[in-house]
Design a protein around this ligand. Structure first.
Ligand code: ATP
Ligand code: MG
Length: 416
């Protein structure tokens, strides 16, 4: 090989090395570019993914907020329904704890507001018939429909209509009870019944009484024709006896006819306080010496017949004075007044310090001709009841603070 040949070989080797280096560099660059490209494409995917995730989270949050707002609204609605119910609602769980007692129920049962969580037997201790109904439903798991419950109170008996149904729940089985106050309805029915009874009694007996009075007038007339001085001395008292008895019987029959006849009422607004004050002054001279008659409390206006209402309280005051006198005590009579704005009624009690009226006699003394007085006709309280019922009121008998009788008249307040 020539020198020239060696040079060419060396040059060729250098060129081949340069080509190899260039090829390696190109390949390296291409691989780097591919890597970079792949890297760039992966970053875009994760950005899209995180945006989608954020959107989903935001949507879920909005849904959660809407759902909790809806839950709050429906809770508010159900508590509004429960508290604005005019009927009483009581829910008891399986262990006997009160879960719900709405405001209407609290008022009807006269229990304090915070009773939730208390045992129904303890909370409703003053309402035994309701406790019995709930206990029965919890025990038998059978519904009780529209049961009428009577709850005796200090001044009047409350009538409740109650339905109790079994209820499934977390703490075993409970009961749900819906009840309403039927006292006014029951009292109206009672008034109606009394009005009908009085009207029938009047119709039945007025005719007989009328004939009776005519016969008596004839006997009395003949007795008047007899001149006592023309008779032998021992017969004169008999004529006087016949005259007195026919006169007394004539009065009884006239009183009864007055009682039985259908009354024509002259309704107007009556202020009870001045009426009772005037009555007290007028009766002072009739009452035994040393007797007292006081007016206490609050009175209201009623729609009524002034003359008849005066007769009612006149009869009651006379009865009180007579009862005290017959028991040998000096009459201390109190006319007490109380206004019940919720029931729109005025309660007037005539209280005395006499012997009182035994409970067993309290219903009977309102019947005509029931009397314990030798010269009584037994019509005073019957007339009182008739007039009070005609005024859509009611009358009852209790015991006065002094241990005597307390006759209580309740009249509806005048229309506003
Ligand atoms: N305040 C009272 N205290 C005790 N007993 C009473 C009282 N008021 C009424 N009574 C009883 O009730 C009965 C009936 O009373 P009522 O007013 O109807 O008739 P009376 O007073 O006997 O006769 P009259 O027709 O003359 O009023 C009385 O006889 C009496 O026994
Ligand atoms: Mg009387």
């Amino acid at each position: 090989m020539t020198q020239y040949g060696y040079a060419l070989l060396g040059l060729t080797a250098v060129v081949a090395m340069l080509v190899a280096i260039m090829t390696f560099a190109v390949l390296k660059f291409a691989a780097g570019a591919r890597d970079a490209k792949r890297h760039l494409a992966g970053g875009a995917d994760s950005a899209i993914l995180s945006a989608a995730l954020q959107e989903a989270v935001a949507k879920l949050k909005a849904q959660e907020q809407a759902m909790s707002a809806r839950a709050v609204a429906s809770e508010q609605l159900s508590s509004q329904i429960v508290s604005s119910l005019t009927a009483g609602l009581l829910v008891v769980d399986g262990t006997g704890r009160i879960e719900i007692l709405n405001p209407a129920g609290q008022q009807m049962l006269a229990v304090p507001a915070a009773v939730a969580g208390g045992d129904y037997r303890a909370v409703l201790a003053s309402v035994p018939p309701l406790v019995e109904a709930i206990t029965e439903c919890l025990g038998t798991r059978r519904a009780i429909l529209r049961r009428s419950l009577q709850i005796p109170g200090a001044d009047r008996t409350t009538h409740l209509g109650a339905s109790v149904s079994p209820l499934g729940g977390r703490e075993g089985h409970g009961a749900i009870c819906l009840f309403s106050d039927l006292t006014n309805v029951v009292e109206l029915e009672e008034q109606l019944r009394l009005k009908e009874t009085l009207a029938r009694l009047g119709e039945l007996t007025a005719g007989i009484a009328h004939e009776f009075r005519n016969g008596l007038a004839t006997i009395h007339g003949y007795s008047r024709l007899i001149v006592p001085d023309a008779l032998p001395g021992q017969y004169r008292p008999y004529v006087e006896g016949i005259r007195q008895e026919t006169e007394a019987l004539g009065k009884v029959v006239t009183n009864f006819l007055n009682f039985a006849r259908p009354e024509r009422l002259q309704f107007s607004r009556v202020e009870l306080e001045p009426l009772l004050r005037r009555l007290g002054e007028d009766l002072q001279h009739e009452l035994p010496a040393g007797a007292t008659l006081d007016l206490r409390g609050r009175f209201a206006d009623v729609d009524g017949d002034e003359v008849l209402l005066r007769q009612v309280f006149g009869n009651l005051v006379r009865n009180a004075a007579e009862a005290c006198e017959s028991a040998g005590v000096r009459p201390a009579i109190v006319i007490g007044g109380d206004v019940d704005a919720r029931r729109r009624a005025c309660r007037i009690s005539v209280e005395d310090n006499g012997p009182g009226i035994p409970e067993s006699e309290r219903a009977r003394v309102f019947q005509p001709f029931v009397t314990t007085r030798s010269r009584g006709t037994g019509l005073g309280l019957a007339i009182v009841q008739k007039i009070v019922v005609m005024h859509n009121g009611r009358v009852g008998i209790g015991t006065s603070p002094a241990g005597g009788a307390s006759v209580e008249v309740t009249l509806p307040l005048a229309a506003a």
